[in-house]
Design a protein around this ligand. Structure first.
Ligand code: PLP
Length: 420
């Protein structure tokens, strides 16, 4: 039976839709940290396109470069052809990001999403080492395609695969045992024990802060020990910086805090700058064993993203202003969350780094209730974690202090209502 419902989203769009359920409004325009619905109601955005809008909605500096490029008939779809926009981006990425950090990476343009760069990283690690198995971590999230899903923890998402997800073995993420068990005790043991049943891994894939997994923050010393272990055993280290890269935790790459150099790095989300799809896979020069066209994709050359990406790197990463302000704003949220945690001791705790901060509810359903109340008051915030027990804040890095205060006041009020 044909059902021409008046609500086209319900009648025509698949049941798979998700954010539109938690935020039941029809959005029309956006600027900076604000997004407006079709009735003219403004919402403060503490989610920033799940970390794709680190520089805010319709950032004017990026917009003006994009508009000029489009008006000038610049290449829009470029396959992986050499273009002026791609050259400008590569040169800027080299000068502003790689060189100052002493990183001698080659740059691959995979398909333009996070899961695409993860697939490229896993494939490359397997090709380089000739091994198939990958080590991932508890509560990891790496994407929805089969390879990325195989190294993702969430059981609901994994079940969606419909086939066995193989060749990945989970290890405990930092603090999985609340500090009771020595870091990497299990990992080392199974690596060394020829009876453990663990196939020698090609690579380890890790997020320095697990965003979807509940804002689980790996300590720098844990990351260093992981990097050392990988180097010792000739296992490649992949850092998935899709959500935590591009300044989310302060520095451009989230692993900089640990002083490590991963073998492979995955970037997407905010690397395009403007919220346009784009991804990069970076790897040490000697790992570039790809044959021409061996890993392909029609949308690897989304040139308008290259334009906004380049301008964002020039504008925000020529000095450490953004890095510092991200840490300061992160501290502000941390303080506000700590006050709430003290006020509702036993029901709440907090964790995060830079501008990814989580408010963790002992009763998981309270996190969702807080987000719902916040939405009613004009604030977009989302939950994360295995039981959706964490209110996760990912505001634009360009958010003002007044905007932060405004949103934090809404959250404090909502938390008070839910927890009292
Ligand atoms: C760490 C990480 N990796 C990969 C992905 C997948 O990115 P995408 O949804 O663009 O495929 C995400 C998405 O949230 C992510 O947070």
């Amino acid at each position: 039976m044909t059902n021409f419902d008046t609500n086209i989203f319900e009648s025509l769009e698949s049941e798979v839709r998700s954010y539109s359920r938690g935020w039941p409004a029809v959005f029309e325009s956006a600027s900076g940290s604000w997004i407006r619905d079709e009735n003219g109601r403004d919402y403060l955005d503490f989610f920033a396109g799940a970390g794709s809008l680190n520089y805010g909605h319709n950032n004017p500096v990026l917009k003006s470069a994009l508009v000029d490029y489009i008006v000038g008939d610049g290449i829009t779809h470029g396959l992986d052809m050499s273009t002026v926009a791609k050259r400008d981006l590569l040169e800027t990425f080299q000068d502003k990001i790689l060189k100052p950090r002493g990183l001698d990476y080659k740059v691959q343009f995979p398909g333009p999403t996070g899961t695409n760069t993860v697939e490229a990283a896993l494939k490359l690690a397997r090709k380089v080492t000739g091994r198939s198995s990958i080590i991932n971590f508890t509560n990891a999230f790496h994407g929805m395609t089969l390879g990325a899903l195989s190294v993702t923890g969430n059981s609901m998402k994994r079940a969606g695969a419909g086939i066995p997800l193989v060749h990945a073995t989970p290890m405990p993420f930092d603090n999985y045992f609340d500090g009771v068990t020595e870091d990497f005790q299990w990992f080392r043991r199974v690596l060394d024990d020829s009876g453990s049943g663990l196939n020698r891994p090609a690579a380890v894939i890790v997020e320095t802060v697990q965003g979807e997994g509940g804002v689980n923050v790996a300590r720098p010393e844990w990351l260093r020990a992981l990097a050392d272990l990988c180097a010792e055993r000739e296992i490649l280290l992949i850092v998935d910086d899709v959500q935590m890269g591009c300044g989310r935790t302060g520095p451009f790459f989230s692993f900089e805090i640990a002083g490590i150099t991963p073998d492979i790095v995955c970037l997407s989300k905010s690397i395009g700058g403007y919220g346009l799809p784009m991804a990069l896979t970076l790897f040490k020069r000697e790992l570039d064993v790809w044959g021409p066209g061996e890993h392909n994709g029609t949308f690897r050359g989304n040139n308008p993203s290259f334009v906004t990406s380049k301008v964002a790197l020039d504008h925000y990463w020529s000095d450490d202003t953004l890095h510092k302000s991200t840490l300061a704003k992160g501290d502000k949220i941390h303080q506000a969350f700590t006050e709430l945690a003290n006020q509702f001791e036993g029901s709440l705790s907090t964790r995060g780094r830079g501008l990814v901060q989580g408010l963790v509810f002992d009763e998981p359903e309270n996190a969702g209730k807080v987000c719902k109340l916040a939405f009613d008051e004009g604030l977009l915030a989302e939950t994360s974690g295995p039981s959706d027990e964490v209110v996760k804040l990912l505001p634009a890095l360009t958010i003002t202090d007044e905007e932060l205060n405004h949103g934090l006041a809404i959250l404090a009020d909502a938390t008070g209502k839910v927890c009292s």
